[in-house]
Design a protein around this ligand. Structure first.
Ligand code: CP
Length: 327
């Protein structure tokens, strides 16, 4: 029984990541070309389950499934029996009887892993506290569009060593990029993630480093990236965090320290005047809207990839299988 999940960036090999990015580019280039062929998700359904708010992820997955010929069921977890204590395992098993893939935005990574263990269809991480791998795929597509390739490029990330940072570190290492993270002491990415990225880099040529000096991280970088200082669920810490993170704001000084062609990235939503200045976010180097758009293309490529590689027999219940093989 083969089921391909996408819970973490490292669920793809470097070759698979590259193939998905190629497919995403093709999908983007041919989006408006009319075809009489059925889409790869024709006759299939995908559940989008949200335990946290979303704009881009929700919209882009919903449109992606529709444009691939499938049907999307968007579910706010609070309105389901999950909100009244039904287990993740029972929810995943029941969803698996209805849909061909489950896309989940949740809290702890463990919730995703439990869901994947109980599901008989692919489970996709649409953001957890630990990682945001779908965002990183779209980010890599965006960087490749601007710079032609990924291997050897330097991405400098400023701010919290959060889920977005984790995915950039891992996805960047898979792509052979050099990822520098500039975070305040105590807010660095998890050591385990940094070690994993370093191990991947030994094979791909990628590298990861952490500094507390924002301008040193920016020096000569090809890509400047930041994210919110207080993630979903950390709103009560927003004021204290804004003091700690102030030296890591992506501002004009940081842009000046980078390479002459450096692009500016932010996964959005953004807070102008906090993690990034308005003039940088809205300035000529900013590619944030391309990033948002590429969520659509990259996720189409990802869904097609996962469904193509998931054995359809996985969706049958053990009872049906037993009946099929009993003479
Ligand atoms: N970047 C991102 O995941 O945006 P949403 O929270 O709006 O989905």
């Amino acid at each position: 029984m083969t089921i391909r999940h996408f819970l973490l960036d490292t669920d793809l090999t470097p070759g698979e990541q590259s193939a998905i990015l190629d497919a995403a580019d093709h999908i983007k280039a041919t989006r408006r070309v009319r075809s009489t062929e059925p889409g790869p998700l024709a006759g299939r359904s995908v559940a989008l389950l949200f335990e946290k708010p979303s704009t881009r992820t929700r919209m882009s997955f919903d449109v992606a499934v529709a444009e691939l010929g499938g049907h999307c069921v968007v579910v706010d977890a609070a309105t389901t029996q999950l909100g009244r204590g039904e287990s993740i395992e029972d929810t995943a098993a029941v969803f698996s009887r209805y849909v061909d893939a489950i896309v989940v935005r949740t809290f702890a990574q463990d919730r995703l892993e439990r869901m994947a263990a109980a599901a008989s269809v692919p489970v996709v991480n649409a953001l957890s506290d630990h990682a945001h791998p779908c965002q990183a795929l779209a980010d890599l597509q965006t960087i490749r569009e601007r710079r032609g390739s990924l291997a050897g490029l330097t991405l400098a990330y400023f701010g919290d060593g959060n889920n977005v940072a984790h995915s950039l570190v891992l996805a960047g290492a898979l792509a052979g990029m050099r990822v520098r993270v500039a975070s305040p002491p105590g807010y660095e990415p998890f050591e385990q993630v940094l070690r994993q990225a370093a191990r991947i880099g030994l094979v791909t040529g990628g590298a990861v480093s952490v500094t507390h000096d924002a301008l040193a991280a920016a020096s000569g970088a090809d890509v400047l990236y930041t994210d919110v200082w207080a993630s979903m669920g950390q709103d009560a810490e927003a004021d204290s965090r804004s003091l700690v993170f102030q030296p890591y704001q992506l501002d004009e000084k940081v842009v000046e320290a980078a390479g002459a062609d450096a692009i500016v990235m932010h996964c959005l939503p953004a807070h102008r005047g906090l993690e990034i200045t308005g003039s940088v976010l809205d300035g000529p180097r900013s590619v944030v809207l391309d990033q948002a758009e590429n969520r659509l293309h990259a996720q189409k490529a990802l869904l097609a990839f996962l469904l193509e590689r998931t054995d359809p027999i996985s969706r049958s219940s053990p009872r049906v299988l037993a009946a099929e093989v009993t003479p």
